[in-house]
Write a protein that binds this ligand. Structure first.
Ligand code: HEC
Ligand code: HEC
Length: 289
């Protein structure tokens, strides 16, 4: 249909010449403000393309007049956080434990670093929150094998236990069964005595023979009353927390063939400040002395 410019009678405006069911379409121009805004955004986008990284190419992209990069910005932020952290970690390394404890800010950094270090390195063996599991001592109770002072924990972590580090904590319970030091009946008797020490001799078994064997073979490490001895890492045999089980069978198994658990030393893997931090964290788990 050929269009002919007509004026609408009522509004006096031009129409597009199209008619639908008797309705004429007015030819309303775009509002000026809209048009100017549109032109402004076009101009802006050209400026933007020039100033910021924009056009992709085969071997990279146009970096823009100001060479802006979110990656560079993030790297800068990461570097400044690392610098702040390094300053705190240097202070942790240089500050004695007692002084760290009286500096809430430094303490917070040490606890945060210790917690992460523990989750990444220690949790697989010692369990979440240091809860422990068979063969791996709980670090969250006041029952310590080697010692629960900050310095003790630090030493245990630095050098580990029964490993190739010459300064590692060392002590070997003799293999009474495997090496034939005690006969099976003797091992059973001394196991009964250990149960009695634990207050678990419910049926009143006679433990005289076991007591004698204990005095001859075990007192040197585990103490007169089974209280244990930290110098030789011999656990308290009456403790509620325990490494290898408290049933008679478990005790017999341990006397026959002690497990001699190994913990790696961390000196080569963690820096001094991180080891101090993890010691502070472990100390805070509930059993620190
Ligand atoms: C491969 C397993 C393993 C890993 C990993 C491990 N430990 Fe241990 N840890 C042990 C064993 C096993 C013992 C007990 C050894 C023994 O005396 O019989 C132990 C003992 C300890 C003790 C001495 C506990 C006491 O009662 O005196 C401390 C403290 C300790 N670990 C802290 C840590 C920390 C902190 C980490 C992480 C940096 C860690 N451990 C990582 C296996 C591990
Ligand atoms: C040279 C020191 C030494 C002597 C002697 C020794 N022990 Fe031990 N005992 C240890 C050490 C160290 C451990 C820690 C676990 C390991 O190394 O296997 C231990 C662990 C144990 C445990 C396991 C404790 C737990 O928490 O599960 C029992 C039970 C035990 N000893 C009983 C005995 C009895 C009984 C004798 C004597 C027949 C004896 N020990 C003699 C050093 C000794």
């Amino acid at each position: 249909m050929p269009t002919k410019i007509e004026k609408d009678v009522i509004s006096g405006r031009e129409t597009t010449g199209q008619v639908w069911d008797g309705l004429r379409e007015l030819n309303t121009p775009i509002p000026r403000w809209w048009l100017y805004t549109f032109i402004a955004t076009c101009v802006w986008s050209v400026g933007y393309v020039v100033v910021y990284p924009s056009v992709p190419g085969l071997f990279g992209y146009y970096h823009g007049a100001i060479n802006y990069s979110t990656r560079v910005e993030v790297n800068g932020q990461v570097a400044s956080i690392a610098a702040i952290r390094a300053r705190s970690m240097d202070r942790i390394e240089a500050t004695p434990f007692a002084q760290i404890a009286s500096d809430p800010k430094l303490m917070a950094v040490a606890m945060a670093a210790g917690k992460i270090t523990f989750a990444n390195n220690c949790q697989p063996c010692h369990g979440a929150g240091g809860g422990g599991r068979p063969g791996f001592p709980t670090l969250a109770s006041d029952s310590w094998i080697w010692g629960g002072k900050l310095e003790d924990i630090q030493t245990s972590v630095q050098h580990g236990i029964r490993n190739e580090d010459p300064d590692a904590r060392m002590s070997q319970m003799p293999r009474f069964g495997v090496d034939g030091l005690l006969k099976p009946v003797e091992i059973a008797a001394v196991a009964d005595y250990v149960l009695a020490l634990r207050g678990a001799n419910k049926d009143g078994t006679d433990v005289t023979a076991g007591g004698k064997l204990y005095a001859e073979n075990c007192v040197a490490c585990h103490g007169e009353k089974g209280e244990g001895k930290r110098e030789v890492g011999a656990p308290n045999l009456r403790s509620a927390v325990n490494l290898y089980g408290t049933s008679k069978d478990a005790i017999i198994a341990q006397i026959s063939a002690p497990r001699q658990g190994v913990m790696p030393g961390w000196n080569a893997r963690l820096d001094a400040a991180t080891i101090k931090s993890v010691a502070i964290y472990v100390h805070s788990l509930g059993g620190g002395e």
